[in-house]
Write a protein that binds this ligand. Sequence first.
Ligand code: PSU
Ligand code: MN
Length: 308
Amino acid sequence: MMLNKYLDIAPEVKKALDEGRPVVALESTIISHGMPYPQNVETALQVEKIIRECGATPATIAIIGGRLKAGLNESEIDYLGKTGAGVTKASRRDLPVLVARKADGATTVTTTMMIAAMAGIKIFATGGIGGVHRGAETTMDISADLEELAQTPVMVVCAGAKSILDLGLTLEYLETKGVTVLGYGTDELPAFYTRKSGFGVDYRMDTPTQLAEAFHVKQELGLKGGMLVTNPIPEEYSMDHEVINKAIDDAVAEAAEKGIHGKETTPFLLAKIKELTGGDSLDSNIQLVYNNARLAAATACELSRLEK
Ligand code: PSU
Ligand code: MN
């Protein structure tokens, strides 16, 4: 484990790591910028509960008062949820300044992977990752999440990516960077709200054991970087393709019209889609996060067995 004087590992998380027990990291941008209050806090606490029920220890990650936190308590989660967009969305470039200023930050997939890796946590569950945005050939809007997957050794379990992104270009970028994209029980990349996207994944995996083995071997080979597990939303919660695609198209058009750019783009699109679908997308979003938490916990259990 890399020692870091700015890192605080919660006692429960530290104990699990020291004993070689499974731990699952969780991000905090999904809490403060990805969902409205109070559903964000309810979901974050429920995700931790699910991970415990599946035999792993949850470690929600954030920056609080300039400390890199691996494991938050309930009042810290509540604070992040209530403050919402008032907390800085922290990507890799924000980390040094927030720490120097002793400020707070909600960690994206990028910074959650960074802090998880510092703490020695190898599996991370979230909803969706950032990627190559539609129109990136002119805006150059490509999420730092893709670069982080290329360099930091954490397996990220998500429900694919929303079609606010260009899914084809996102897969091309991941291929270039050497990031393996796995489909859990599917050959097709799931598109977050729906189970299908029309794009293939690199490999289909059917058990948490297979997922853990792939990541374990990657580590043993000494290869840097993470791996992406894409887990389709359960059928009963998946959305109608036409309804969701129309909402996404409208949200993307409105963002372009309003000149939304940079780090505001993703939160703007997420909030707009929720508004346009009358809250249906939020229910799906919550359920797919629970589904990813279960798979990440099961995979973490298998990985800790392999590492014994
Ligand atoms: N996609 C989602 N929900 C999210 C995010 C992305 O479906 O909450 C968040 C994650 O924290 C992700 C970040 O890491 O947005 C990506 O932001 P950007 O596109 O600005 O890199
Ligand atoms: Mn961006």
